[in-house]
Unconditional design. Structure first.
Length: 296
């Protein structure tokens, strides 16, 4: 009996259940109530989760982290963790950034997207992860009234492979299908701003669309994988004359997450640079309209 009980508790700890649940007082919302289109029959398959990662995702979802009482400012961010499309670095690149941003007053939605390189995966990155990213943005926008969000201040944040999901959504066709039977699919998916932390190299367009969102870019110069990505994005943004801010650190390599495990002071404190950018660009609070001057 004791062995069975121990096994049961172990499964509760390491298998993430499907549907709406509490995680650090957060709510989980499936992207589609009946499961992902074409894969509805797999929606009840349990995710696999251990230590820092989650994989075997067949029912993509958003986990909501709301700000402390009285601190919400109407901004929102959809966070896309990295993991090479094989797994999601869910704790360090999902939960931790969500907690940091929510303490700034931002309502955060951590996306569990389908993984094109997971074991025996039936999914394609440029089809299903992209579909999940689009749906996530539209779903958040549909819940603006419920969470008190300003639809002009809903952004996306990506780490590594998650940055590739962000690229597909941010630089693709954001307009919704006005004839879609699901009203959520009629909404615009274009983010209002982007935060890209050592984003992967895929899906960076040669020319940015004219309505590409402003972006905050950050990576380490010794990151052989992804420092070229932020430099390429910088060049694209400067050519398009769209606001961009880049922080390229001398050291830090790849996968330093929120920096709190690094011995490098610059990496350890990088989230403050992001907070400064969010503040300076009025994403934490709406821009105040100047009162018209009264002429005497």
């Amino acid at each position: 009996m004791q062995t069975k009980l121990t096994t049961y508790l172990y499964l509760l700890l390491f298998i993430v259940p499907i549907g709406v649940m509490a995680q650090d007082n957060a709510t989980v919302i499936p992207l589609w109530p009946k499961g992902a289109p074409g894969f509805e029959n797999r929606r009840s398959e349990p995710e696999q989760a251990k230590d820092y990662w989650v994989k075997n995702i067949h029912n993509p979802s958003l986990t909501v982290f709301t700000p402390p009482a009285g601190k919400a400012n109407g901004a929102a961010v959809v966070v896309c963790p990295g993991g090479g499309h094989r797994l999601l670095v869910y704790t360090a690149e999902g939960v931790e950034p969500a907690k940091y941003l929510s303490n700034l007053g931002i309502t955060v939605f951590v996306l569990k997207y389908r993984l094109g390189r997971d074991t025996l995966s039936p999914y394609k990155i440029d089809v299903h992860a992209k579909q999940d990213g689009y749906r996530a943005m539209r779903l958040v926008r549909s819940k603006a009234a419920e969470y008190g969000l300003d639809t002009n201040r809903i952004g996306m944040m990506g780490f590594s492979a998650g940055g590739e999901v962000v690229d597909m959504v941010a630089y693709g066709e954001g307009k919704g299908d006005q004839h879609a039977p699901d009203p959520i699919d009629r909404l615009n998916a274009r983010p209002g701003f982007l935060i890209q932390i050592y984003p992967g190299p895929l899906y960076i367009p040669d020319v940015l669309p004219a309505d590409a969102p402003p972006v905050f870019l950050l990576a380490a110069n010794d990151d052989a994988c992804c420092s070229p990505s932020v430099v390429k994005l910088l060049d694209r943004y400067r050519a398009a004359k769209i606001p961009v801010e880049l922080h390229l650190y001398a050291k830090g390599d790849h996968g330093f997450n929120m920096g709190n495990r690094s011995k490098l002071q610059s990496i350890n404190t990088w989230p403050q640079r992001m907070a400064d950018w969010l503040t300076d660009n009025n994403y934490l609070n709406p821009a105040k309209k100047e009162r018209p001057k009264v002429l005497h």
